[in-house]
Design a protein around this ligand. Structure first.
Ligand code: SF4
Ligand code: SF4
Length: 86
C-alpha cells in the first residue's frame, strides 16, 4: 500500500513545527506566501519521506495529511471468497 503525503498550503500558518519535528528533513518553509499571507511548509525532499506521520500529529492546524492509497500496484492480492448455495 502506498501513502500520499499532502500539505494544504492554505491552511498552513508557517509555524515551522513540522519542519522541526521531521526526522528526515523533508520539509522546509516556502519563500512564497499563501492566500492568508503566511509562508507555508512544503516538501523540499519528498523522496526522503518515510510517512512516519509526525508532521501530521504536530501540526496545530491539521494542514498535513497522509492518505493511504490501495491502488499502488501491490502484488498482495490473495483475496478469494467462495459462497456455497445450498
Ligand atoms: S511523514 Fe515523517 S518523514 Fe514524512 S514529512 Fe512528515 S515527519 Fe517528515
Ligand atoms: S506544523 Fe502545520 S501550520 Fe506549522 S508549518 Fe507545518 S503545516 Fe504549517
Amino acid at each position: 500500500m502506498a501513502f500520499m503525503h499532502v500539505i494544504d498550503s492554505d491552511r498552513c500558518k508557517g509555524c515551522g513545527l513540522c519542519v522541526t519535528i521531521c526526522p528526515k528533513k523533508v520539509l522546509e518553509i516556502s519563500e512564497q506566501v499563501n492566500t492568508k499571507g503566511y509562508f507555508p511548509a512544503f516538501q523540499a525532499r519528498p523522496e526522503d519521506c518515510i510517512k512516519c506521520a509526525l508532521c501530521c500529529t504536530m501540526c496545530p492546524d491539521v494542514a498535513v495529511t497522509i492518505t493511504a492509497s490501495e491502488d499502488a500496484g501491490d502484488p498482495q492480492q490473495a483475496a478469494s471468497t467462495e459462497e456455497n448455495d445450498g
